[in-house]
Ligand binder design. Structure first.
Ligand code: MLT
Length: 410
């Protein structure tokens, strides 16, 4: 009989969002008249920007013509998309990148998971706690960890607690680690790191020959001009950081699927024999072997995000979500709830009232207010006692959800 990958059995529970979905389905089945408002998973609700939609349609039409038909594209993405992203999104930050350093994909979740393929299993990994669960669980799946302890911490992972005392910004690891996951603006806490903070991490990584996985999926939601959008704005980062970006939240592509990874040529690792080797070469090899590229119409739609019209329309949608964030932040603050995030990020991280557990508060909001959020403990043990609300909802629903919560907590 074929043997299974036992590492999967170490995983403590089902993936967080399907678990929330199951509970919500059970509730709505039992209460069919309840008008449930979903502010749980960070899934967008606004339609695609018209300029993006048009480019998408036009590209589909291309596929129906002999002259413009597109078959397999380059596995790592079309140059016209990569060069547009570099020119419109990195050059203005003072960051220069080569076309060969960027790889277009079908989304950032897969990239964050797949990148582990090109790193040896005996690397020591550090991740924040709470954290986007994909970082933790994919390390378990690939076999880098031992079992979880009773708190939910896996052996061989260095956890960096993020709490009120450190303003949800982790401290540098006390020992040497080889891979560090950073996510700013942060999912789930919504906090951001300034340049001085990121410099500490880049200096640590360069001093310890470590690689930073920098998840910048939410960079478009930064409102404070002093906050960096890319880790490459920090001196020395091109030697030690791999950056992930996503069109999911920036341009409403959660259902369309498009992301990107930047692997600068200077980021090096060592072979078992101690020779230096470029991660860029390995990622290219992996990509060309295991992936056939994001689809042509999707890449055309992604490129249209950066047209003048596309970007203006996309910004309007981002502003709409950030207005939701303000409504949630201010409304719940009025209700006496302690709030974090939501200023430079589309997530509001709140302290559960009266010391309730995260899941108890989830059940209370679901059953008493018919509002769905995400329990903080689902993002790691240090998330216990916290709760995340997403700003990606429809604005009328967001206003109603806040009113219901305010009334309930009075
Ligand atoms: C979230 O709600 O944390 C995100 O939507 C999950 C994701 O991007 O995969």
């Amino acid at each position: 009989m074929a043997k299974i990958n036992d590492n999967y059995l170490k995983l403590k529970a089902g993936y967080l969002f399907p678990e929330i979905g199951r509970r919500v389905r059970a509730f709505t089945a039992a209460n069919p008249s309840a008008k449930v408002i979903r502010l749980g998973i960070g899934d967008v609700t606004r339609p695609l920007a018209p300029a993006v939609l048009k480019a998408f349609h036009d590209a589909v039409d291309d596929l129906g013509t002999t002259e413009n038909f597109a078959g397999y594209g380059p596995e790592q993405g079309y140059d016209w998309l990569i060069n547009t992203i570099i020119e419109k999104s990195y050059t203005p930050l003072g960051v220069s990148l080569k076309t060969e350093e960027m790889f277009i994909s079908d989304g950032s979740k897969c990239d964050c998971a797949n990148i582990l393929d090109i790193f040896a299993l005996d690397n020591i990994v550090a991740i924040g706690d709470p954290v986007y669960p994909v970082y933790n669980d994919t390390n378990v799946m690939i076999g880098r960890t031992g079992e979880a302890n009773e708190k939910g911490y896996y052996q061989n992972i260095v956890y960096l607690p993020c709490n009120e005392a450190n303003s949800f910004i982790p401290a540098l690891p006390t020992g040497k680690v080889d891979i560090i996951y950073l996510c700013f603006p942060n999912n789930p806490t919504g906090v951001v790191a300034d340049k001085a903070e990121l410099k500490k991490w880049v200096d640590y990584a360069n001093a310890n020959d470590a690689v930073i996985f920098f998840d910048a999926a939410y960079e478009a939601f930064i409102t404070d001009p002093s906050i960096p959008h890319s880790i490459y704005e920090i001196e020395g980062a091109k030697k030690c950081a791999i950056e992930f970006r996503s069109f999911s939240k920036t341009a409403g592509f959660t259902g369309v699927r498009c992301g990107l990874v930047v692997v600068p040529e200077e980021v090096m690792g060592t072979t078992t024999l101690g020779e230096k080797y470029s991660f860029n070469k390995l990622w290219l090899r992996r990509t060309t072997t295991k992936f056939n590229g994001a689809s042509y119409p999707v890449q055309r739609a992604a490129a249209a995000v950066y047209s003048d019209e596309g970007w203006r329309q996309t910004r309007e949608i981002i502003d709409y979500y950030m207005e939701n964030a303000r409504i949630i932040r201010e409304g719940l603050t009025e209700a006496g709830v302690t709030i974090f995030g939501g200023v430079n990020a589309p997530y509001i991280w709140l302290k559960t009232p009266d010391g309730m557990t995260s899941w108890d508060f989830f059940d209370k909001l679901l059953t008493e207010c018919n509002v769905v959020g995400t329990p903080g403990s689902g993002f790691g043990p240090s998330g216990e006692g916290y709760f995340r609300l997403s700003a990606f909802g429809n604005q009328d629903n967001v206003i109603e959800a806040v009113e219901r919560i305010k009334k309930n907590l009075k």
